[in-house]
Write a protein that binds this ligand. Sequence first.
Ligand code: FMN
Length: 307
Amino acid sequence: MTTPNLSVEIAGIKLRNPVMTASGTFGYGAEFAPYMSLEKIGAIVTKGLSMKPKAGNPTPRIVETPGGMLNAIGLQNVGIEAFKAEKVPFLRTIATPVIVNLYGNTLEEYGELTEIIDTIPEVAGIEVNISCPNVKQGGIVFGTDPKAAFEVVSLVRESTLKPVIVKLSPNVTDVVVMAQACVDAGADALSLINTLTGMAIDLQKRRPILANITGGLSGPAIKPVALRMVWQVAKAVQVPLIGIGGIMTATDALEFILAGATAVQVGTANFLDPSAAATIAAGIEEWLVANGVSDIRDLIGALKTDR
Ligand SMILES: Cc1cc2nc3c(=O)[nH]c(=O)nc-3n(C[C@H](O)[C@H](O)[C@H](O)COP(=O)(O)O)c2cc1C
C-alpha cells in the first residue's frame, strides 16, 4: 500500500498528522527539541499563558496515583511578554503549527490576551482554557457555567481572526451543554478533556499530599471518561474535536478518532517518555498500513454502536 494520508485540518490549521501535545505537559516546545524532532508531530500546544507571569501553587504540586497523576501546578507561566520575547524566536524556526493555550483571571483579561496573541504571526491558533481546576479565579468558573462560557468565548472570538479552540472541563454534569454553549459563541473547534478534580492523602501524616489539597487527575485513569465525553459531544456539535485524556499509545489515539475526534493531544505520556507524541504518530501510520486504511479521515467518528 502507498503511504496513507495522516493529515487532518482543525479549523483551518493543517496538521501533518493528528497528534498534538497537550498544554502544560510540553513546555513551550523548545524544551522537548533535544528528545525528538518537533516536525514529527501535528502541532504543539504551549503551556497556558496569562497576561502577567505566574509562579503557580506551592509544592508539592505533583503526585503519582494508580493509573495517572494529580497536579496542582496552578498555571505557572512566563506571561505573554516573555513568551513573545523569549519563546517565539525558537518557535519561528520549526515547521510545526503552534497553538497557544491561554487563560484569564477575568473576562476582560481573556479578551486583552487574545488581542495580543492575535498579533503574533507564528501562532496558528488559540486554545482557550476555561477548565483549569487549580486556580481560584478564572478557569473553572467559565468552564462550568454555560452562560459564563458563552460570554468568554464570544469575547475571545471577537478579539482575533485566528482559529479559536475551546478546551472543556470534565468537571460538569453535562459536557454537551457546555460544548453547545461554546459552539454557539463561535468556537471553531473544541478540545476535551482537561483534568478531573481529585485528591491524594498521606495516611501517616493525616494530610493531603498536595499543598493545594486538590489537584487535576490525568493519565490512563481518565481515558474512559474522556472517550465517553468525546463521543457524546461529537454526536451533538458540528465543529472538529480534539480528544485528550490518557493517550499513551497509538491504539489509544485511534480510539479517540473513532469516537469522533479529528485530532488528539498527548499529555501525561510526555512525562514518561519525552518523545511519546512522535512515537504515537508513527504508530498510527503503522496501524493504518497494517489495516489497509489509506486515509486517517475515514476513521473519524467511524465507531459502530449498533448491535
Ligand atoms: C502538569 C500538567 C500541567 C497542565 N497544565 C495545563 C495548562 O496550563 N492548560 C491546560 O489547558 N491544560 C493543562 N493541563 C491538562 C492537560 O493539557 C490535559 O488536558 C490533561 O493532562 C489530560 O490529558 P493526559 O491524560 O494525556 O495527561 C495540564 C496537565 C498536567 C499533567
